[in-house]
Design a protein. Sequence first.
Length: 604
Amino acid sequence: MKTGKRRARQWAGLILLAVLARPPWVVADDLQKTQKKELESAAKALIGEAKSLESSGKLVEARLKYAESLGDIELNDATQAVDRLNKELLNQAKSAIQAAKKHYDAGKFRDAVKALEDAQHLETSQPLLSYNLALCYKQLGDHKKAADYLDQAIAGASTPKLRSRLNQMRTVFTTAETPATLNDNAKKQIGVFDHLAETVGNGSSVEDELGDEEVPVDGDRPPTQSSVPAAGQVRAPALVPTRGGAAANFSHTDKPQGGKGGRFSSACAALQSVKDAAAASAGAIFNLANCAENNNRPDEAMRFLRQYLKLSPNALDAARVTQRISELEALRALSNQTGSQIRSLYASANRSIEERQYDRALADFTVAADLAPDFALTRWKLGLLQEAFGNVAEARKQYTRCRELDTDPAAQKRADFHLGILDAKKETYDAEISDAEDVISDLLNRAMNLTFNGLEDRSAVRAHRGRRKGHDIDKNRAKKLGGFTVPLPYAHQQFALASQHLAAALSIFPLGAEANELMALVYLQALDGRAAIRSYDAIASQNLPVSFYVEIRGSHNHDRPAKCELGRDHIRIIYLASYDKKGFPKPPARPSGEDGLGDLVIGP
């Protein structure tokens, strides 16, 4: 027995020595083969579910399962199936649109609506379906629903030019007017205005040269706050709505508050050049009212707003315009020097909102509140802005004070409504952000092979990162990048899912920093720089760094993925760790911490 035990120990020792003596790459290869089998098994199970769904006619659900399988490992069966189903669903959407067009041309608008709404479950061509639904509901006289569908089409517009055209149509839907016929010169001038309106804050401004209705005496206006504390998270309707395209700005020009900088071309000056030709246009009159209010001419603004209601009594925003007139009347009723200062501060705040410099607007309204602590309207404006940032505690404070100061029952009711839903909105916002973060962080972790992604042992997946179609791929260069290629169908699906969560979050708190940072990343993946800049403006206005992922081109054909952070006075590059030829991460020389972010290092 003793001899047998001794032999067993000897054999065990030999086995252990054999294992230890095996080269590390052999062990890694065995591990990779095992992992690959496990991943392929999981993917094939999902593909089996997808085939079952496809055979039962549930094509959307089948496509989802096929794409989900690509998150485990990329198999040709799944990739080809996604392409096949995309084509089939697109063909079905085209057929639905053609059928709807026949109904539309025959005046059967409700039948057209049914065909289009049935096609929406196909989850393809959504902007086009929404656009056609907007046209149908306009014919049915439901301008509110038509505008809602047009908003969906605008959100999904593929180019800034298309977005601008849809925004112009949105104006017509809002005012319910027939567009005026203009001569060629007027059309050209309006085209100039439209372009400047789209680029307010990033090449153009809303300041004009007509001056204020009242000229302040030197020393009338106190200096505004130079900065505001970082906001948390809450939503508000636009304080000064605009007719026309969206703007784009990240420059945040340091012009004096309330002053006429004269640095950019003025959209309002361009509008003045076609003032006579556009006198019968409700949309143009609305914009003239905005320009007057933004440049501290409240009497002129009220005159234009009343003219707007006369031209377009059934406008969708008639109630909001009536409220704006009441607010301007309250401002105009403020007498003496303090009243003049507050009107100037309001005009400056409105211009800053148009240019998406929300921190400046907050500073102006804060100074106005200090000048007249008992003026309820300023508390209301501060509440809306703080709510838009998502700063629930500060919004609640301002709404509560507004309710105490305002004796108008309607105003008290508005304040009560906002106070009653703040906590529920915050809870929903946080949940949507959490869901979006899970989706996007997973994609980033996979693409960059970060050590905190829970995928350290998925070398089998990394081995497939260079699988791409085409003959012009530099394989050596691909090996020097970390992480692995995320299959395009899977990335599309995941970004679409994240975008849905973020759109819901932004409908609650449109200036929320978390939602805007993630949405900007989604926009960049879609190569929509203008939309990304709009999101980044909300972040920069809260004195937070704007960050995005980049590839730093280096020497010796060595590129490094990195995160770039832009602050008001600095640029910071955070590099990912280096990767060896097989895609395994090398420990960084200076890890950024012990919290699982060891793959990130701060560059000199």
